[in-house]
Design a protein around this ligand. Sequence first.
Ligand code: ZN
Length: 199
Amino acid sequence: MDYYSSYITKLIEEFSRLPGIGSKNAQRLAFHVLNMPKEQVKHLADAIVSAKENVHYCSCCCTLTDKDICPICASEKRDHSTIMVVETSRDLAAYERTNQYDGVYHVLQGAIDPMKGVGVADIRLKELVKRLESDEVKEVIVATNLGVEGDATALYLRNLIKPLGVKVSRIASGVPVGGDLEYIDEVTLLRALNGRVEQ
Ligand code: ZN
């Protein structure tokens, strides 16, 4: 039954599609938006549309960027012989905040998860393999999350990369199992990075 205007119902529906937003929160957000000044609503809508229109994957490391090549891949100050493989751009940001890692990244944009139907072809692996064809790469640090999917992805990467003669290492424990990297403090991240183990 439509308790409200169909416009409101539609807005609630759209909010409830977002991750972590249940129907109660969706209603709260919808009514909040309706109470906002029109200008502010327009800014919000414009920000969503222009982020979607302008942000895409870096043509080298697959992180989200509004450039063809992201600033990290384009930087001459970074060590391009070491690639850290992470699941998301948020994980990349977590390592960047430590200010201690000077290599480059590769962002898989996911992890292998057979239960959710995410296979090898659904993450940015092809792009990584292409980068490894260059002689420049000496080490790949696998920093996927320490959980079932991240570990499965790490094992797959090890079997894929090792035969190519490139050193493969996995970040050490210390990062809680199942913990999303983006929520972990910098000291723990650095400990995991420095204690990485060759696979
Ligand atoms: Zn990049």
